[in-house]
Ligand binder design. Structure first.
Ligand code: GUN
Length: 283
């Protein structure tokens, strides 16, 4: 029976440590790390994510501001707003909550963020540094997964890792972080043939596809480490992962639950990187 990778517990431990770090920074510098979250429109899921970020930031003593803008904001106005925060020394991290309304080009928005303040790690400069093996700002979800593996002493070097999903936010950076730790990495996606067969070769399987309970026992090798990034709603509006937890748990060595696995780590890494950005900008 698999051991649970308890992201909630690790997030609590890390957040307590970060709270102490922020207090020490305040004592020494008389200032604290600052994070601004720009939220455009009324997407209900985004509202919840942003609220959670705000609560966690204030718990840690990080100065945070949510700048809410209407759905009707123009691209030019949003770019000008980002430039304002690029220049504002109170804020060491800038996060623009995605998705954005269809009339705004996400790529342009990401490019406008000063790479030093890009706590999401989405700017092409930060992605490039990750791909060349010299990362600075790292996308928070895959970064949190690496911290979770490390906390449970799960070695990655030489292992077969299969990442299902190739998004810029999770799948691609996840694959590169695993590669950097010397895993042999396969990226699978919606066009992959024989997906269960490929997934079954994984010592470390990361599911980041957004299809509820896709990964069942036919996808998992005995003794695998199974990481579930999925946040899907079932017919009863219950939060479910990409992994059929009950079906997979008896075969895996380690498994993340949903909720309480990857999710709490993502927010923690965002604030971790806000502190990192503060240090980089102060030095
Ligand atoms: N929307 C969903 N996840 C994320 C994330 O990690 N960062 C941003 N900026 N938007 C998101």
């Amino acid at each position: 029976m698999a051991q649970i990778l308890d992201g909630k517990k690790l997030a609590t431990t890390m957040q307590a440590k970060m709270q102490t770090e922020v207090a020490a920074i305040k004592e020494k510098d008389g200032t604290v790390p600052g994070l601004v979250v720009i939220l455009v429109g009324e997407d209900p899921a985004s509202q919840i994510y942003v609220r959670n970020k705000e609560v966690a930031a204030s718990k840690m003593g990080i100065y945070s501001k949510v700048d809410r803008r209407p759905e009707t904001i123009t691209e030019a106005e949003l770019l000008a707003l980002i430039e304002k925060y690029n220049q504002d020394e109170q804020f060491h991290g800038i996060l623009v909550q995605l998705p954005l309304p269809a009339h705004i080009d996400e790529e342009k928005v990401i490019l406008a963020i000063d790479p030093k303040k890009d706590v999401d790690g989405f700017h092409p400069l930060n992605i490039g540094r990750l791909f060349t093996g010299d990362p600075v700002m790292i996308p928070c979800t895959p970064y949190g997964i690496m911290k979770l593996l490390a906390a449970y002493d799960i070695s990655v070097a030489g292992k077969n890792a299969v990442v299902i999903g190739r998004s810029n936010i999770v799948g691609k950076p996840m694959a590169h972080l695993l590669l950097q730790e010397n895993a042999t990495v396969t990226i699978a996606h919606s066009k992959t043939q024989n997906l269960p067969e490929i997934a079954k070769k994984a010592d470390i399987l990361v599911a980041a596809v957004g299809v509820g309970h896709l990964v069942d026992e036919s996808y998992v090798k005995e003794g695998a480490v199974v990481i579930d990034v999925g946040m899907n709603r079932d017919a009863n509006n219950k939060l479910i992962g990409d992994v059929d937890f009950e079906a997979v748990k008896p075969m895996a060595d380690f498994i993340t639950p949903v909720p309480g696995g990857v999710g709490p780590m993502t927010i923690t890494m965002l604030l971790y990187q806000t502190i990192k950005a503060y240090r980089l900008q102060k030095s």
